[in-house]
Design a protein around this ligand. Structure first.
Ligand SMILES: Cc1cc2nc3c(=O)[nH]c(=O)nc-3n(C[C@H](O)[C@H](O)[C@H](O)COP(=O)(O)OP(=O)(O)OC[C@H]3O[C@@H](n4cnc5c(N)ncnc54)[C@H](O)[C@@H]3O)c2cc1C
Length: 407
């Protein structure tokens, strides 16, 4: 049964996280946007200490000798609020992000314990996932050129990955790790692609570029070159029996996205809520209240638009909650994860754009944050599968088409 109430166990966390978002993130939001690549150490260190005490988000409290346990609904609520505070800073939270999702989705129990227990341990650790290559984004699986060759008891990685969120923080600023997708058999297409964990400080792995971006500027986006980069045999994620076969192929990447797309949706909706609340606050200052309950014909156009935005926001949040609830229940959520991300990616772009439109010059000015939220919004419709790619995934699953029949 889905319960739409926020559980009491989450309500306590909400108070603490809302306070961080209001008092720690919002005051420095503009600063880190302007500074782009400056590392927000105050935020990272504070969150490291705060999250270590918290249950259900991967900290040592949960481990008791096992890989840390996650309560996905709790994580989604936290991410929505942190992104309301500042989405670029949220992406710098040392809590286990996309790299950790890949380890959880594809690693063995031993690997989950080995890599995930480092998160929220003694020092802040950022993790990342490197899939995209210069010639391969949406079609990356079939066209991966980064190679992993077994040499004795080590894998040797060669190639280049681009647009790696948090790549610099994972490999240079903290003792983190990056999950790198590379092929063990270039002739096998997507079937040859496997995930490998490359840890900070590994020789032959170098961050070569930081992107200058439109939005989420507090989050670094890195290019990483692997040149004869040697990693232990056991850093290939997955069951040892399938390590050198090429049958399982790219399923692990899809499982990673099932586990990460709901959180992109949650992050998107945090930004959208920030914009909508700002808009309503400014209208309230001018004594313009939304007259809920009036018939549509009697509402002003602005009231009607704001009610539409609220409907969009709530419907997208319900889809997101369903997709994380399925994760908590251990139910396959591929369709729902993509649906949530599609809807939230659309909604955040529409709401931030409409907010700017309705605010006029106030929205366009850098004196306030709506112009920043407008810039931060679009990425949610791009990374971890664009809106178009996620629509294809949903359509294939509903209509029963294969990848070849509908591409
Ligand atoms: C800020 C930022 C952070 C990122 N972080 C990461 C990260 O941490 N790790 C990582 O691996 N990657 C990351 N990426 C890369 C991102 O996931 C890719 O940009 C995305 O998957 C799209 O790939 P592409 O850029 O090659 O676009 P393309 O695949 O070339 O697509 C271009 C356009 O064509 C559309 N398109 C493509 N194929 C189809 C189709 N079959 N039907 C309809 N439309 C189609 C796409 O939707 C898109 O609009 C990041 C990107 C950005 C901008």
């Amino acid at each position: 049964m889905i319960n739409f109430e926020t559980p009491n166990s989450i309500k306590d966390m909400v108070t603490m996280v809302q306070s961080v978002a209001e008092n720690m993130m919002r005051p420095v939001s503009r600063y880190y946007d302007d500074q782009e690549h400056e590392v927000p150490w105050d935020y990272i260190n504070f969150m490291h200490n705060a999250l270590k005490q918290m249950e259900g988000v991967g900290g040592p409290n949960d481990s008791s000798g096992e890989a840390p346990k996650i309560q996905y609904q709790r994580l989604a609520v936290m991410i929505e609020i942190l992104s309301w505070g500042d989405t670029g800073l949220y992406l710098s939270t040392p809590v286990g992000l996309l790299g950790a999702a890949a380890v959880r989705a594809t690693g063995t129990d031993e690997q989950k314990k080995r890599f995930l227990s480092r998160i929220l341990a003694d020092k802040p650790v950022i993790d990342a996932m490197a899939m995209t290559e210069a010639h391969a984004g949406s079609e990356m699986p079939a066209q991966t050129r980064t190679t992993a060759v077994l040499d004795g008891d080590e894998w040797v990685l060669n190639g280049e990955k681009i647009f790696v969120t948090g790549g610099h923080k994972a490999l240079v600023d903290t003792d983190g790790f990056v999950v790198v997708w590379a092929t063990i058999d270039p002739s096998a297409g997507r079937a040859g692609v496997r995930p490998f964990v490359v840890e900070a400080g590994t020789p032959g792995c170098k961050v070569t570029k930081l992107e200058k971006k439109l939005g989420i500027r507090a989050s670094d986006t890195a290019s990483i070159v692997f040149q004869d980069c040697r990693i232990p045999f056991d850093n290939i994620l997955g069951n040892p029996e399938i390590k050198q076969k090429t049958t399982k192929g790219f399923k692990g990447a899809m499982a990673t996205f099932d586990a990460s797309r709901p959180f992109v949706a949650a992050s998107a909706l945090g930004i959208a809520r920030a914009a909508l609340e700002f808009l309503k606050d400014k209208l309230a200052e001018e004594n313009i209240e939304i007259r809920y309950g009036l018939s549509r014909a009697l509402l002003t156009n602005m009231e009607s638009e704001i009610i539409d935005m609220e409907v969009m926001l709530r419907s997208a949040w319900l889809l997101t909650l369903k997709s994380v609830w399925m994760m908590d229940e251990g139910i396959a959520n591929t369709t729902e994860a993509s649906m949530a991300k599609i809807r939230a990616g659309d909604v955040v772009v529409k709401i931030t754009q409409k907010t700017l439109e309705l605010l006029g010059p106030l929205g366009y000015s850098k004196e306030h944050l709506p112009e920043k939220w407008f810039r931060d919004a679009k990425i949610n419709d791009l990374y971890e599968g664009t809106g178009q790619i996620n629509r294809l995934i949903v359509a294939r699953r509903i209509l029963g088409y294969s990848r070849h029949e509908l591409s």
